[in-house]
Design a protein around this ligand. Structure first.
Ligand code: SAH
Length: 273
């Protein structure tokens, strides 16, 4: 019989494998207890982070609802389709992370290269004025973040958008595809010249300010088509202007005061001439 003091010899094949649960200081995940601990800890972390994400998403849903109620319905946006779309398109996905908490505020926000994503009310107003129909083809000049294009693409399947700043065009194109707006075709070019390949357009929306209407754009507008443009000084305020092509003539309606970033490129050369 072995007593205290006598060294217990353990035969190698009888060695207990799970005695400490640690091997060389590391957690031994072949230990059932540690496996349970590991699974529970992972579950806890998953639940914790998904509840945080859900809380953030809920905040965006509620902010969007308030924006529709106060800033759109509270003004003169009455088109139910426009209101429904504005309540659905996630504007916070079109701005940088640090601006997401103010994505539904009643003002424009900076995007890259000194440009801006328009105020939600202005996006809704321009969309409402254009009375776009599902079978109509629309051209946007000034893709910027891609937000206005996303809103338009909820009405019609054929949205073409031109952005003069290559980086912005690429970023918006990637973002729109990631968000599932595969029906927006983006091109990096000077929108002054329109997009001849896909002309004529039922609707042309210009989201940068010019002091004249680029003639190639009115040429690419269909008979009965509508074009909207912030027209006037490119350094201060402009007048949101609606042009309708009626029997080849342009019917001009001046609507309201707005402030957009300038159309650059050929439009500015025109000003210098
Ligand atoms: N519609 C955009 C906001 C437009 S900001 C949105 O929803 O986010 C105006 C954009 O017009 C800027 O990105 C600017 O780079 C672009 N722009 C300026 N001049 C242009 C031109 N000649 N052709 C195409 N885009 C132009």
């Amino acid at each position: 019989m072995r007593r205290n003091g006598s060294k217990k010899r353990v035969l190698p094949w009888k060695k207990k494998v799970y005695d400490t649960g640690y091997e060389n200081g590391y957690l031994n995940l072949s230990c059932p207890l540690h496996q349970i601990f590991y699974i529970l800890a992972s579950l806890f972390l998953i639940l914790f982070f998904s509840s945080q994400i859900n809380a953030a998403e809920d905040r965006f849903v509620s902010a969007r609802g308030k924006m529709v109620k106060n800033d759109l319905k509270g003004r003169d946006i009455t088109d139910p389709k426009v209101l429904e779309i504005m309540g659905r398109v996630e504007r916070h996905r079109f701005v940088d992370k640090h601006l997401q908490s103010v994505a539904y505020a009643d003002h424009p926000l900076p995007i890259d290269e000194g440009q801006t994503i328009s105020q939600p009310y202005i996006v809704a107003l321009m969309t409402q004025i254009l009375k776009l129909k599902p079978d109509e083809k629309v051209l946007e000049i000034g893709t910027g973040s891609g937000y206005q294009a996303a809103v338009l693409s909820e009405i019609t399947n054929t949205v073409y958008s031109i952005e003069i700043r290559k980086n912005l065009a690429e970023k918006a194109d990637t973002r729109l595809k990631e968000l599932g707006y595969g029906n927006v075709k983006v091109k990096a070019a000077d929108g002054y010249f329109g997009w001849e390949e896909y002309a004529p357009f039922d609707v042309i929306i210009i989201t940068c300010a010019a002091n004249h209407i680029p003639p190639p754009l009115t040429k690419q507008l269909k008979e009965g088509g509508r074009l909207i443009i912030p027209l006037g000084s490119t350094t201060y305020y402009q007048t949101l202007t609606l042009i309708t092509k009626i029997k080849g003539e342009l019917d001009v309606q001046h609507l309201t005061g707005v402030a957009f970033v300038p159309m650059v490129g050929e439009a500015q050369k025109g000003r210098e001439r």
